[in-house]
Design a protein around this ligand. Structure first.
Ligand SMILES: [Zn+2]
Length: 343
């Protein structure tokens, strides 16, 4: 279901408004129209979001320079998100990508301040400009708080990574991020409940990113071929559902690759079979558009694919022939062994 609308593109990057954001903005102007809030306040809130877009664009622009694919910039009532692929694990690149947002806001603020001090603006818009400068300064400094995964925290990790391992720097930055999130939530109780929401995002974000880096460090150097189950039990496209069910009960796996002369044609799960007629050929019930991994891929790539597509298993290919299957269970078992041996 579509939950956002695209308004325009800048540098080829689509800017989208989430419906919840649209409702917020319309409500704000409606309240201003009813004179329940001032028009100045409505304009100020709009300015905040314009500034957020500029900020996210700056991150995206630099990230794209390093080859990161940018899907879109999405505006939500709590702020903006630049949806992009994972940021490269190159400290200097992460540093530049992270610093670009706050730095752009500061450059805008200083430039406007410089222009405004020449008194070129008429008095009528000077207040508007002053607000815009203020919003940019506040946003820049707020994002520079070293609460990983906020910009300041990412800058900190990138700087630490020059001196220590990527895992250790993420751990330090994430712990500081979680600590600051707790302080922020406590401050939120007294000053602004909105801060609690942001604190929650920071805390969860720090934990998730640390866990991801931890897992990928455990799986470092582990290939799909090390973890997969070779020569998996397969089914033929022409087999019937009844025959396939016999195999399922015999081997007790939940999913089976369907092959013909070693070539992968699809994958069929117990779920696909359980709702079909007995004499149907399984090629009619199997999933044909199968996500696969290559035998030479990193185990981490397999884990990312499993997680991203919410799958239980992936067929492993070598020269387009099926050579194995890798399941989430295999990977979790491997992670468990790695954790015991490495710590
Ligand atoms: Zn930022």
């Amino acid at each position: 279901m579509k939950t956002s609308i695209k308004i325009f593109k800048i540098f080829g990057i689509p800017i989208e408004l989430d419906f919840s954001f649209l409702i917020l903005i319309i409500s704000i102007y409606f309240l201003a129209f009813l004179k329940l809030i001032s028009l100045e306040l409505a304009v100020l809130i709009t300015l905040i979001f314009v500034t957020v877009v500029i900020h996210e664009l700056a991150h995206s622009y630099v990230a794209r320079h390093f080859g990161v694919k940018i899907e879109k910039i999405l505006l939500l009532p709590i702020g903006g998100i630049a949806k992009m692929e994972e940021i490269p694990r190159v400290p200097r690149q992460e540093l530049l990508i992270s610093i670009a947002g706050p730095l752009t806001n500061l450059i805008i603020a200083f430039t406007l301040y410089g222009i405004a001090s020449t008194r070129i603006f008429p008095q009528a818009i000077i207040e508007f400009v002053a607000n815009f400068i203020l919003v940019n300064v506040v946003l820049a400094f707020f994002n520079l708080i070293p609460a990983f995964p906020m910009d300041g925290g990412r800058i900190l990790r990138a700087l630490l990574a020059e001196k220590m391992s990527y895992l250790r720097s993420t751990e330090v930055a994430a712990n500081l991020g979680k600590f600051l999130a707790i302080l922020m939530a406590m401050a939120g109780i007294f000053f602004n409940l909105f801060l609690i929401l942001i604190a929650l995002f920071i805390y969860i974000g720090a934990e998730q990113e640390y866990r991801l880096v931890f897992i990928s460090s455990l799986l470092e150097g582990v290939k799909v071929s090390d973890v997969m189950t070779p020569e998996p039990i397969t089914l033929k496209p022409s087999s019937t559902v009844e025959e396939a069910l016999k195999t399922v009960f015999k081997y007790k796996h939940m999913g089976y690759p369907v092959t013909e002369n070693g070539e992968l044609k699809g994958i069929v799960t117990f779920h696909d079979l359980s709702s079909a007629e007995k004499d149907t050929p399984i090629e009619e019930v199997m999933t044909k558009d199968v996500i696969t991994v290559n035998i030479n891929d990193d185990a981490m790539t397999a884990l990312e694919k499993l997680t991203k597509h919410d799958l239980g298993r992936l067929p492993v290919l070598k020269d387009n022939k099926l050579v194995g299957i890798i399941s989430k269970t295999d990977l979790i078992r491997t992670l468990d062994i790695m954790r015991r041996t490495k710590t």
